[in-house]
Design a protein around this ligand. Structure first.
Ligand SMILES: Cc1cc2nc3c(=O)[nH]c(=O)nc-3n(C[C@H](O)[C@H](O)[C@H](O)COP(=O)(O)O)c2cc1C
Length: 198
């Protein structure tokens, strides 16, 4: 099974990130999860889940209604000594969902000023899958240029754009669609949405 990093930044839509963590764990993968400071605040505001500093894995697993034996690790965004800060540590893919425009700007310019930014920088330099799920609208020219630079550097940009051709009935359906597209990019089997023509 694979080893993935999932980062929730301070863009709106932390529910996408929480669903991605839940799906990766539920399908047997190892997950290192992280929230930026703004990511933690916006997640608490939007979902009611406030990631605690003490025993964060236990709290997150309880919120996601997963058993305590799944391989989840929560890393601290300020800990530049974490294994994922180094390219010598093997990671199969990294997903930043939702990705703020601030985060995209930092990674596009190689800032690497905290663990999420450094981990993304490592994925690009090692030519490993880095999936970014930006959430902002409208997009300024600065945003578009940063996203272009990221795509040019090898990142895969999967905007949080739910579709309607599968007739979503709930917000949950729309979240599943976006997260399913992310898992498709990573080549991970899922049943999050009905495929066109199947
Ligand atoms: C309720 C709320 C919603 C936000 N939504 C977005 C958003 O959708 N996209 C975005 O780029 N920034 C959004 N922001 C602003 C970011 O949180 C802010 O730029 C922050 O500095 C991002 O930091 P980070 O990249 O370290 O997580 C939002 C802020 C708040 C408080």
């Amino acid at each position: 099974m694979g080893r993935y990093t999932v980062v929730i930044t301070g863009a709106s839509g932390s529910v996408y990130g929480l669903r991605a963590i839940e799906q990766l764990l539920a399908t047997g993968h190892e997950v290192t999860a992280m929230m930026t400071e703004a990511g933690r605040d916006v997640t608490a505001y939007e979902t009611g889940f406030d990631l605690p500093a003490q025993q964060p894995e236990k709290a997150l697993l309880r919120f996601l209604e997963l058993g305590k034996d799944v391989p989840l690790r929560v890393a601290c965004a300020s800990d530049l000594f974490d294994p994922i800060a180094s390219g010598s540590h093997k990671v199969d893919g990294m997903v930043v969902v939702p990705a703020s425009m601030g985060f995209c700007s930092s990674v596009a310019h190689g800032a690497a000023s905290d663990l999420p930014e450094r981990a993304a920088d490592v994925m690009l330099k090692e030519r490993r899958p880095l999936v970014l799920v930006p959430r902002e609208t409208p997009l300024s020219l600065v945003h578009l240029r940063n996203l272009t630079a990221l795509a040019e550097a090898g990142a895969i940009v999967v905007p949080a754009m739910p579709a309607f051709y599968m007739h979503p009935e709930t917000i949950d359906d729309q979240v599943s669609f976006v997260v399913g597209k992310v898992l498709d990019i990573l080549g991970i089997e899922h049943g999050l949405f009905q495929r066109w023509g199947e």
